[in-house]
Design a protein around this ligand. Sequence first.
Ligand SMILES: Nc1ncnc2c1ncn2[C@@H]1O[C@H](COP(=O)(O)OP(=O)(O)O)[C@@H](O)[C@H]1O
Ligand SMILES: O=P(O)(O)O[C@H]1O[C@H](CO)[C@@H](O[C@H]2O[C@H](CO)[C@@H](O)[C@H](O)[C@H]2O)[C@H](O)[C@H]1O
Length: 457
Amino acid sequence: MLTDFVPRQRWFAAKNLDRGPFTILSRTPMPDQVHGGPIEQLLFSVQTPVGVQRYQMWIGWAPGLPDSVGPQAHIGDVAGLTGYDALQDPHVAGVLLSAIVAGADVGDLSFRSEPGADIDPTLPGLVIGAEQSNTSIVYGHRAILKMFRRLEPGPNPDAEIHRALSAAGSAHVAAPLGEITGPLAGQTTTLGLLTEFFANSAEGWAMATASVRDLLSEGDLTADEVGGDFAAEADRLGQAVAEVHADLAAAFGSEVADPGEAQRIIGQMIASAEAAIALVPELAEHRDAILATFRAAADHPDGLTRQRIHGDLHLGQVLRTLQGWSIIDFEGEPSKPLAYRRAAHSPLRDVAGMLRSFDYAARGQTVGGDPDDPVQAQHRYRAAEWATRNRTAFADGYARAAGQDPRTAGSLLTAFELDKAIYEVLYENGHRPHWVPIPMQAVVALTHAATPDGGHS
Ligand SMILES: Nc1ncnc2c1ncn2[C@@H]1O[C@H](COP(=O)(O)OP(=O)(O)O)[C@@H](O)[C@H]1O
Ligand SMILES: O=P(O)(O)O[C@H]1O[C@H](CO)[C@@H](O[C@H]2O[C@H](CO)[C@@H](O)[C@H](O)[C@H]2O)[C@H](O)[C@H]1O
């Protein structure tokens, strides 16, 4: 029954991998029924060449597909009952919120609210957009419940970091309100996280791309002259990221790594690049330049600091609220193991993620098209202008708040950007193949200096 439905879901990361059959790990029915049939949490695993993957689903059963969900929620029919993706059902959303507020224990699942959280269990819940790594339900513009889809045994860094930053009084994070946990491979595992919802907020990605469009529609004004200029926001965002890094360092600790740290990091980047090259043929022709760019960064003289970071920072992970910038989704890079995502890393990794994202916001609007069309060529030129302006503003804001300019890391910052761009090639190859040219272009630009003729061949 899962065979047709699961591979169509955005959250399923093994779409393009050879894989074994789905193995059901557990089924936990809720005491409540909403459409004359049970609602159950189902955990399953699937074996892939890169290891086992585990996933969470919530399945509702009813005599037919309930009116409260669309046809995309249909999973399959068994013994006269229709199974459907229950997280898309507002009635099931209500059951989950009530269980959190009640502090229910259901089978092995624990539903808990944070001490002092004041949540109205009757708030109506609505699932938001399908194009996410997980599935989130918004309750009356007051709270948002993220149900993690791909699971790894242990605490999810999203829950850990929301709690730590909130306890530190950070102005840049949503307050945690509750959690759903349960056992997986013998460890207590975060299954869902309820946090404060920022009503009237805008995603950084939406704001940045609106600003790019504004610039592209202008024939002769430069990026600093158009009404939609984003540079002041990019500067404030840099400041917010630096403040979050400082709070994370205070909450979880930080250390100056030993002098060999840069070599160790570069070694990991080279290993990831080799793995990506083996999977994506377009990367192979740039292999020499990629390796040369990484090697050039290995001799970083200064000690690097290591601390907990966001790990997958981009413009889609930042919200402009009425108060300022907030950062969401502290899970880390979805493809990396949990131990890596909970470990200390260089904050330059997050800085590089944001720098890449400014490039994405700009080039996403000009990708594809006719390379010989003069209007499109002009758009590409303007998009590059926007990216430079906003990358600079972000780094300026970060440097001011951190007291240290990330750009002084030079070739090492380039290596972090290249590492991210290669990750993005892999990510787009699996999820949005028509966007592969965006990070590919960055791979070429970032390795340009390392090619024998400086990229003039
Ligand atoms: N606290 C919040 N307030 C308002 N919107 C939020 C909040 N948290 C998340 N969102 C919205 O939900 C979307 C998905 O959240 P995210 O944590 O990025 O989930 P995923 O892990 O599925 O990518 C975000 O892109 C954002 O639009
Ligand atoms: O699902 P997540 O938000 O955790 O992150 C994954 O998906 C992102 C795409 O939504 C991806 O980000 C890439 O695309 C963004 C635009 O959609 C762009 O702003 C980022 O710079 C680019 O990396 C992210 O890498 C991936 O982990």
